[in-house]
Design a protein around this ligand. Structure first.
Ligand code: SAM
Length: 326
């Protein structure tokens, strides 16, 4: 499947829930979160059907996301079933790590290849400040468990926020000096209107690079395998890698190979566009996969050439990040 700009769509981000066990200040409000009704959330059977059709159209990698995917009951069995699809997609998952220590071995056995763990601070008090919940020690245990279970290469995603946690960039980078982890710094995207963090909190990639230089000389790495959004580096003689993702300041739209499916069955051709295509109606009312194929192809066709976040014309969508899956 290709879009109108010749980009091959090979990566699907599948959100399995909009619910989360944290309340990160830049992603969700403290209270009054309007959860999607259960009946509107896609069943595992429906999600499997999407995975099956998408992989037949050329999708090679499926990332399970949310909300927090590890809070949805039955997630391990779902992964086990997806792993044996005849098309054999690579299955990865993005998690906040709270439940990872208990689940890492089962996830690996089910066929998950690796995980990205979101973590924005290594300080307990700050963890509570940012996520509005306790749990840093659980996430750290989750990282070790995922590593031990072979969910590797393990990626740690940090969103630096000016004045909140940007002073920890170097501490996160030092994790790569004696671990094989890839620590990735992702620019804050000022997308969810009304939350406490504003464009002023954005800590741009150029400033991230300055912080990283304090740890040592950063050597750029050539990318192997499929293109991803991260600019990769390492410190000489260290086993880990550093990734910097300039999602806003220097978009990677030209290389974007992904479609997103929300947990209520909408296809999002671009994280930052408000356009969505309803897949659920077809999933629930047609038995033929041809219609689903057509809708996925249509979504690829309306994938914009690039996003316009940060520009005056940028329109904020109604969905927050936890409702899309990041
Ligand atoms: N619960 C899972 C997790 O924590 O990884 C998956 C969903 S979460 C929405 C996915 C990612 O989106 C997290 O790494 C989170 O930090 C990131 N995220 C949410 N809002 C963001 C924003 N405004 N800018 C940048 N990243 C954001």
């Amino acid at each position: 499947m290709e879009d109108n700009f010749g980009r091959k769509i090979e990566y699907l981000r599948l959100s399995v829930t909009d619910r989360c066990n944290l309340r990160c200040r830049y992603c969700m409000p403290a209270e009054g979160v309007e959860a999607i009704e259960h009946a509107e959330v896609l069943s595992y059977e429906e999600l499997l059907r999407i995975a099956s059709v998408a992989t037949r159209l050329g999708v090679k990698k499926i990332r399970i996301t949310g909300g927090e995917p590890l809070v949805r009951r039955g997630i391990v069995d779902f992964i086990r079933e997806m792993a044996v699809l005849p098309t054999r997609p690579e299955i990865t998952l993005t998690t906040n790590g709270i439940r990872l220590a208990d689940m890492a071995v089962d996830l690996r056995k089910a066929g998950l290849s690796r995980v990205n763990v979101s973590l924005d601070t290594l300080k307990e008090e700050r963890f509570v400040q940012i996520t509005r919940r306790e749990g840093l020690s659980k996430v750290l245990a989750g990282l070790e468990a995922a590593d031990a279970a072979g969910l590797t290469p393990l990626k740690v995603n940090m969103v630096p926020l000016r004045g909140i946690n940007h002073d920890e960039i170097a501490d996160f980078a030092r994790l790569t000096l004696d671990r094989t982890w890839e620590v990735r710094f992702i620019e804050f995207m000022p997308v969810s209107g009304g939350l406490e963090f504003t464009p002023e909190h954005m800590y741009p990639a150029a400033d991230i690079m300055e912080q990283l230089a304090k740890v040592g000389k950063l050597v750029p790495l050539l990318r192997h395998g499929p293109a991803g959004p991260a600019r990769l580096f390492h410190y000489p003689d260290s086993p880990g890698r550093i990734g910097v993702i300039p999602a806003v300041s220097d978009h990677f739209c030209g290389e974007c190979n992904r479609l997103r499916i929300t947990s209520d069955g909408r296809i999002r051709p671009c994280l930052f566009s408000t356009e969505e295509i309803d897949l659920r109606e077809a999933l629930r009312h047609t038995s033929s996969d041809g219609e689903l194929e057509k809708l996925l192809r249509n979504a690829a066709c309306i994938k914009p050439r690039r996003h316009h976040i940060g520009e005056e014309s940028f329109l904020q969508g109604k969905r927050r990040m936890h409702g899309i899956g990041g």
